[in-house]
Design a protein around this ligand. Structure first.
Ligand SMILES: C[S@@+](CC[C@H](N)C(=O)[O-])C[C@H]1O[C@@H](n2cnc3c(N)ncnc32)[C@H](O)[C@@H]1O
Length: 159
């Protein structure tokens, strides 16, 4: 199985980099996982609705470039569907069973995802109604993907 994580912006914080490296290392025995960073648009504090849409559109175009047709796309969206860890594990397992071995998880930038990316999405996944910083979201997502593989293999992992 090939899992791609597409995220907007360059990760700067050392503590997040270390956590992400740890989970990428742990995931090596379970799947091919890679993380692609697409450039973010410079977005000043006060933007009009139209300017915000334009920032998201430009970032969205870069994201879409990394989403070939044969890839099942899961966008991370606050208003998406909330799943238990077991259900996420079952979803990944079902996709593999039905020959969808390429999954891309997409994390938006500070303004969120463009309409075009939302349209390309096969499933919008929410981690709660709370807003998490997009860079921290990478680490939370990787832990849940790792947890999903542990669940699917029936391997022990702290509850
Ligand atoms: C800072 S948030 C963007 C907030 C923006 N106002 C919005 O509504 O999308 C940056 C990205 O992190 C991800 N994210 C943040 N909180 C999330 C949550 N609770 N569930 C799923 N994804 C989340 C989404 O991909 C989002 O595009």
């Amino acid at each position: 199985m090939h899992i791609k994580i597409i995220a907007v912006g360059k990760l700067k914080e050392k503590y997040l980099k270390q956590g992400i490296e740890e989970y990428m290392k742990r995931l090596k025995g379970y799947a091919k996982v890679d993380l692609t960073e697409v450039a973010d648009e410079h977005a000043p504090e006060h933007l009009s609705e139209a300017e915000m849409a334009e920032v998201k559109r430009k970032e969205g175009e870069r994201i879409l470039h990394h989403l070939p047709q044969d890839t099942y796309v899961i966008t991370l969206e606050i208003n998406g569907k909330m799943l238990s860890s077991e259900k996420l594990a079952a979803t990944i397992d079902e996709l593999a069973t039905y020959g969808k071995s390429k999954i891309a998880f997409v994390i938006g930038g500070s303004l969120g995802l463009s309409e075009a990316v939302q349209k390309r999405s096969n499933m919008a996944l929410s981690f709660s109604k709370m807003t998490f910083p997009h860079q921290l979201m990478r680490l939370i997502l990787l832990e849940q993907v790792y947890r999903a593989f542990k669940i699917n293999r029936g391997e022990p992992y702290h509850k």
